[in-house]
Design a binder for this molecule. Structure first.
Ligand SMILES: C[S@@+](CC[C@H](N)C(=O)[O-])C[C@H]1O[C@@H](n2cnc3c(N)ncnc32)[C@H](O)[C@@H]1O
Length: 206
């Protein structure tokens, strides 16, 4: 279908129809991995409704919230204004297949940067890693199993190590997290299911 060949169209339609409060809270894994870091400059790639970006900003981070979906970015900007965080949250529209924000950043996150559109994931995440400043952290959280409400029930998921290898980071990185814990996920209609995630957190050492 035409709209599924362009991520921004699928996601704008998706965001126009779902509960605007979905995805407005930070991902628990981001809280776990990032919560104790000193604030700096961060970018959240595929921010959706901005749960992670807004939470980081509330901790003092200066966050660039990036997505292809204008509907979602409008809601992030409004939520930042409502929370008095406009000076710490910048929204930028990018189709990450085509363009990236300007770095460097002390923290680059990409949480569940998935979708039904064709997406050169490894290449995009390789380019995302280039935004990380020396000493900074690159955090990728991705689905490692299909929840019942996913668009693709037949996908084969990589292990965390396979996924990290596909980013082709080269030398100068140290691994801080590389595992695939299980959790109870909530779907867009309030349903729940047991799923697993790949968690990849690597620090740029030089
Ligand atoms: C599953 S949602 C995850 C949202 C958020 N990170 C979270 O954890 O709640 C995936 C997000 O990636 C965005 N996305 C998908 N393809 C994209 C692309 N090519 N460029 C930029 N954003 C994209 C979608 O618009 C959507 O907001």
């Amino acid at each position: 279908m035409t709209e599924h060949t362009h991520g921004e169209h699928y996601w704008d339609e998706h965001y126009a129809t779902i509960d605007p409060s979905w995805g407005t809270r930070p991902n628990a894994v981001v809280v776990d991995v990032v919560g104790s870091l000193p604030p700096g400059r961060a970018v959240d790639l595929g921010c959706g409704h901005g749960g992670d970006a807004l939470w980081l900003a509330s901790l003092g981070w200066h966050v660039t919230a990036v997505d292809a979906a204008a509907v979602a970015l409008g809601r992030v900007a409004q939520a930042a204004a409502d929370a008095g965080l406009t000076d710490r949250v910048t929204v930028e529209q990018h189709d990450l297949r085509v363009s990236m924000p300007s770095g460097p950043f002390d923290l680059v996150t990409a949480t569940y940067l998935h979708g039904p559109a064709e997406f050169p994931r490894a290449e995009v995440l390789h380019r995302a890693s280039q935004l990380v400043a020396p000493g900074g952290l690159f955090v990728v959280i991705e689905h490692a199993s299909s929840a019942p409400w996913f668009w693709d029930q037949h996908r084969v998921f990589p292990t965390p190590a396979e996924s990290l290898a596909s980013f082709d980071l080269g030398e100068g990185w140290s691994v801080e997290r590389l595992d695939a814990p299980r959790r109870t996920a909530s779907g867009p209609d309030g349903q729940t299911a047991e799923v697993s995630d790949n968690i990849i957190a690597v620090r740029r050492t030089r």
